[in-house]
Design a protein around this ligand. Structure first.
Ligand code: FES
Ligand SMILES: [Fe+2]
Length: 350
């Protein structure tokens, strides 16, 4: 079961055009397109007639024509034409999802549309922000979204999974971060003492640094992170909080985990650095190394999923590195409870 009363990243804004883009989110088929006005819309990708995908149809102005037997739908989801039939029953409509755009992403809300507050979309670092240079990409995993989320809530894996890509120092595995509760999620922060920067291309060629990493992880699975590489000694001056001075460079990224269904997950990411700190060449390298790292994650997570599939009833044994994972799942359970109470009370569902 996935949360419904929340914003999911459906696609990169740049990928939603006047063509029809089919996506699946929490098992629901959705077709995305842009009206002549530029507004992005999301409709149920399932014709009311014989359930053909509307994404196999075609645009007629702002309307969508199902290319099976020709029913035509307006952007609000109403069927406005049934070839050869004068009367259009009121039930002849597909669901139109609430949509908003922010940080280079199109977000959709599969839950109660009355609750779809665009203010709940987290502040993410995305393409098009002049303060940041960001490289964007996405990967599909043959795995449940929880495994991708859990991977992002425990960066002790950097030392091992990413030994080749990030070449991360052992401290990542050994030093536990501070985990704080924030609205609908967690803030996870840590200092790593003076050490060679993770991989020179990601930071500063060959220079030893103190590193401060902080990220917010918000339901349903949105991560926004900054990593400050600082002069040695900066950690001491910060009193273990964020750096007060000595910052040499700040990398930033946003990542979104969107369940396609129970077995597949789409992982969107934009990686980069503050515009003031980076060149195009460096940001391209950050994108390249990031993609290599996430391919390493995918291999591990898909392998983990396969083992879990043949090990029903075998439970994971948490270690103290799993604290953020445990907290985050309890937040999701809380939100799911609120959602269930809302649905019991009103019977409303998307
Ligand atoms: S399935 Fe769409 S018109 Fe028949
Ligand atoms: Fe990873």
């Amino acid at each position: 079961m996935f949360l419904k009363d929340c914003w999911y990243v459906a696609a990169w804004s740049k990928d939603v055009s006047d063509g029809l883009l089919p996506v699946k989110i929490i098992g629901q088929p959705v077709v995305l397109y842009r009206l002549a006005s530029g507004e992005a819309i999301a409709l149920e990708d399932r014709c009311v007639h014989r359930l053909a995908p509307l994404s196999c149809g075609k645009r007629e102005g702002d309307d969508l024509r199902c290319m099976y037997h020709g029913l035509r739908f307006a952007p609000d989801g109403r069927c406005v034409e049934i070839p050869g039939q004068d009367i259009i029953p009121p039930i002849a409509r597909v669901y139109r999802y609430p949509v908003t755009e922010k940080g280079g992403w199109v977000w959709i809300w599969p839950g109660d549309p009355q609750l779809a507050d665009a203010g709940l979309v987290p502040d993410v670092i995305g393409p098009g922000n002049p303060d940041w240079k960001i490289i964007t990409s996405q990967i599909d995993y043959d795995a449940h979204a929880d495994l991708v989320i859990d991977n992002l809530l425990d960066f002790s894996h950097l030392t091992y999974v990413h030994a080749n890509s990030f070449a991360a120092d052992k401290q990542w595995a050994e030093k536990r971060p501070k985990v704080e509760r924030i609205e609908r999620g967690l803030r996870v922060s840590r200092w790593l003492s003076t050490a060679p920067a993770m991989r020179p291309a990601l930071t500063l060629y060959g220079q030893p640094v103190d590193t401060y990493q902080t990220y917010d992880f918000i339901a349903p699975g949105i991560l926004t992170m900054q990593i400050a590489f600082c002069e040695p000694g900066s950690q001491k001056r910060s009193d273990d909080g964020p750096p007060v001075d000595g910052i040499l460079r700040v990398n930033g990224n946003s990542q979104a985990v969107t369940p396609i269904d129970d077995h597949k997950t789409r992982y969107f990411f934009g990686l980069g650095s503050r515009s003031a700190d980076t060149s195009d060449e460096q940001v391209n390298m950050i994108g390249k190394v990031g993609l290599a790292a996430f391919t390493e994650d995918r291999q591990m997570i898909e392998g983990q999923q396969q083992i879990m599939n043949i090990s029903p009833g075998v439970r994971p044994m948490p270690t103290n590195a799993d604290i953020a994972i445990t907290h985050f799942h309890s937040i999701i359970r809380e939100l799911a409870k609120q959602e269930a109470a809302r649905m019991d009370g009103s019977g409303t569902t998307a």
